[in-house]
Ligand binder design. Structure first.
Ligand SMILES: Nc1ncnc2c1ncn2[C@@H]1O[C@H](COP(=O)(O)OP(=O)(O)OP(=O)(O)O)[C@@H](O)[C@H]1O
Ligand SMILES: [Mg+2]
Length: 262
């Protein structure tokens, strides 16, 4: 199924009671076409994870709304899946059990389950590890399982929150290529949060730069380079340069503010 269109309209989120309120996001407006790959970067604590939680329906917005194919999002759903930095696999299940888990919950018949699991293990090149236990896997392999476990459910929107942040540079680059490959094959609308501007520029068709907190859209950069992209492409280098410029201004602004206890 084709990835869903997403629309974020005047989206805002505050946490906490009246006394110690934190405004995480303010007036975020963003339109994402079905099947698009959008990366999100922004200063630390600017509300990137909160933004994903709102799209996932794990948090309710304080103002504004999120719409998926024109329908307002209320609460989580199997059509939107989040992959976190920590793969959060089920340690009591093997690789197959982990990938199969959501299909079991959804009541997919055994034969279909087996076929879909195998297909997805092949996609992430883990078919040889189908019966490995979680503790036997490297960090990169765990994230591959997490990706397979998410995509096997055929989500219309895939949300990734710094999924490769804990991995070594080399594994990270490998995972960037895996994720691009999976995205091409699945056609899922993808929102990918990262601290790494280089990663954002390689992966994103558009790069959304958020401001310091409360996060709002500071700039949206179109990626000039065609896929498959590498760090050496002129368009990628330009996207990195421009993103860094905007981020630097945002961080500068934050560090010039008096420290407040919020
Ligand atoms: N459940 C919560 N309750 C209270 N405050 C929260 C909650 N979740 C996030 N916040 C606050 O909202 C702000 C934005 O947090 P968020 O985690 O979305 O930022 P981030 O951009 O993902 O940060 P990082 O770069 O560290 O990943 C922070 O000040 C954070 O402390
Ligand atoms: Mg975060």
């Amino acid at each position: 199924m084709k990835g869903a269109d997403l629309k974020l309209v005047m989206l805002g989120k505050r946490f906490g009671g009246n006394a110690g309120q934190t405004e995480a996001l303010r007036d975020v407006n963003l339109e994402i076409r079905g099947g698009e790959f959008v990366t999100i970067v922004g200063p630390s604590g600017c509300g990137k994870s909160t933004l994903l939680s709102l799209v996932a329906g794990l948090e309710e917005p304080t103002t504004g709304w999120v719409a998926m194919d024109g329908h307002r999002v209320h609460g989580p759903g199997a059509d939107r899946i989040v992959v976190f930095q920590d793969a959060a696999l089920f340690p009591w299940l093997d690789v197959t059990g982990n990938v199969e888990f959501g299909l079991r919950v959804a009541g997919v018949p055994r034969k279909d389950r087996q076929q879909r699991v195998l297909e997805h293990l092949e996609m992430v090149q883990l078919e040889k590890f189908a019966h490995a236990r979680v503790h036997e896997l490297s960090g990169g392999m765990k994230q591959r399982v997490a990706l397979a476990r998410a995509l096997v459910l055929r989500p219309r929107v895939l949300l990734m929150d710094e999924p490769f942040a804990a991995l070594d540079v080399q594994i990270r680059e490998e995972m960037q290529s895996v994720v691009q490959d999976l995205w091409v094959r699945s056609g899922t609308t993808t929102l990918f949060v990262t601290h790494d501007v280089r990663e954002a520029a390689v992966l994103g068709d558009r790069i959304v730069v958020l401001s310091h907190r409360p996060g709002t859209v500071s700039a949206i950069l179109e990626n000039g380079a065609r896929r498959p992209r590498t760090l050496n492409d002129a368009g990628v280098a330009e996207a990195i340069r421009r993103s860094n410029e905007i981020l630097k201004a945002e961080v500068q602004w934050s560090s010039n503010q008096p420290k407040m206890q919020l």
